[in-house]
Design a protein around this ligand. Structure first.
Ligand code: CA
Length: 432
């Protein structure tokens, strides 16, 4: 039996790295000290500075690097797949342990910066539009049951990839503090609303999808072409004020309960890096409708799902004081998506809506069907009726000030190097 090849890098920390081995090569934007933001690639515990290494690229790969000048990846995303693949191929060559350029690159130490030490990570692109979908069917059922015990899934769910337009201006990279929002809520049993700090602050475990090439106004993206319009993926925490949400959401859906902040992992894991971790979309259960033609593509059905394990960790201030490690709240997966990312893109544009390079889509909360797989506290605590015990002796129903929520992700498949998406982390600060 032939041994599958998993090439190694001369960047020692990359080999066996849980998130960023040579096979990942995610793109991001960083700065050091007061320097201006610039594009780089995560490799092990380092960032490879693309601008500083520009002399090592030619042709389409150089075009890709040049498009990143200015410290935003929008123009790079807009180039589409060709230049992105050319850049990836060249980076695989430059950073592999057998690279002809290894000693040259090592000699130019400025190319390779330690990630943790002093690099600040930024949003990778200017996000003009952010759309949040609702494709995690277990979450839709769990939450639907809390709000509508008699009809958890509304009749449109299995026909339409449900979504709403979110707030782009408040998306922030991992590590940005989450200030507890204030808002209007209707206390249980009360007939008049009150105003104050959110008392039911929650997270939502989601996959983020970066749009690459956009489409012209009025021209829908065919589902068979949707993959060409997806640049990459990240983790996304759609922080939610449940008490505000419960009062405001009818009839138009979430508004201020979601728009105070959305956190994302700052690295764009490309569609190419994700290719080994594609799966067939699970067959729909008997009795479920077939998707309409514009949402149905054979290749998408056989290869359009994603196999990403998702983990949620929680650390309270008391846990950190006692030097206790973060506690796992959930282990879920992107396998629980009722609609594929290609279906989301096709649906989003089917009315002629223009998507643009750097737009961000959220998947919706990705819960599994079982306890231990839920992607929000609303589900874990059954609407706040069952508290969870923390190793510090504290209990939680919703997030307290000082709590830190950490998402991580893992893509694994026999014969391939495992990759991750990096962290999406946020700590709750008191209301102002
Ligand atoms: Ca959401």
């Amino acid at each position: 039996m032939s041994q599958p090849s998993t090439p190694r890098s001369w960047v020692i920390s990359a080999n066996g790295h849980s998130d960023f081995p040579l096979q990942n090569l995610p793109f991001g934007v960083f700065s050091v000290g007061d320097s201006s933001a610039r594009a780089g690639v995560a490799i092990g515990e380092h960032i490879f500075d693309l601008q500083a290494a520009a002399d090592f690229f030619q042709g389409e790969a150089l075009r890709a690097v040049q498009a990143m000048a200015g410290g935003q990846l929008n123009s790079f995303f807009a180039l589409g797949r060709g230049p992105r693949v050319a850049l990836r191929e060249r980076l695989l060559d430059l950073l592999s342990e057998h690279s002809n350029h290894r000693f040259e690159l090592e000699g130019m130490g400025a190319n390779l910066l330690p990630l943790a030490a002093h690099c600040q990570l930024h949003l990778p692109a200017r996000i003009n539009d952010y759309t949040d979908f609702y494709v995690g069917i277990a979450h839709a059922q769990n939450v639907g049951k809390l709000f509508r015990p008699d009809s958890p899934l509304l009749p449109n769910y299995k026909h339409v990839p449900i979504g709403y337009h979110g707030r782009a201006s408040t998306i922030r990279p991992s590590g940005t503090p989450v200030i507890r929002p204030k808002g209007q809520t209707l206390p249980a049993g009360a007939s008049q609303p009150v105003f104050g700090p959110c008392a039911r602050l929650d997270f939502e475990l989601e996959l983020g999808i970066w749009i690459g090439q956009g489409n012209a106004l009025g021209e829908a993206i065919d589902i068979a072409e949707a993959g060409e319009h997806i640049a990459g993926f990240c983790l996304l925490n759609d922080w939610s004020a449940r008490d505000v949400q419960a009062w405001e959401y009818q009839p138009l859906g979430p508004f201020l309960s979601k728009s105070f902040i959305t956190s994302i992992s700052p690295w764009v894991v490309t569609a190419e890096a994700m290719a080994p971790f594609r799966l067939a979309q699970p067959a729909r259960p008997p009795g479920d409708p077939q998707p309409l033609d514009y949402l149905l593509d054979t290749h998408d059905q056989t290869n359009g799902a994603l196999d990403i394990e998702l983990e949620v960790l929680l650390s309270s201030a008391a846990m950190r004081d006692q030097q206790l490690p973060p506690m796992r709240l959930s282990l879920s997966s992107t396998r629980h998506m009722y609609w594929t990312v290609a279906q989301m893109v096709a649906h989003h544009s089917v009315n002629g809506c223009q998507l643009q390079a750097g737009d961000l889509l959220g998947s919706g909360t990705l819960s599994g069907p079982e306890a231990g797989q839920f992607g929000s506290l609303l589900e874990i605590t059954d609407g706040g009726t069952r508290s969870i015990d923390l190793p510090s002796g504290e209990t939680r129903t919703f997030l307290e000030d000082g709590d830190e929520v950490i998402f991580t992700a893992r893509c694994s498949r026999e014969g391939f190097a495992s990759i991750g998406l990096g962290e999406c982390r946020g700590r709750v600060m008191p209301a102002r």
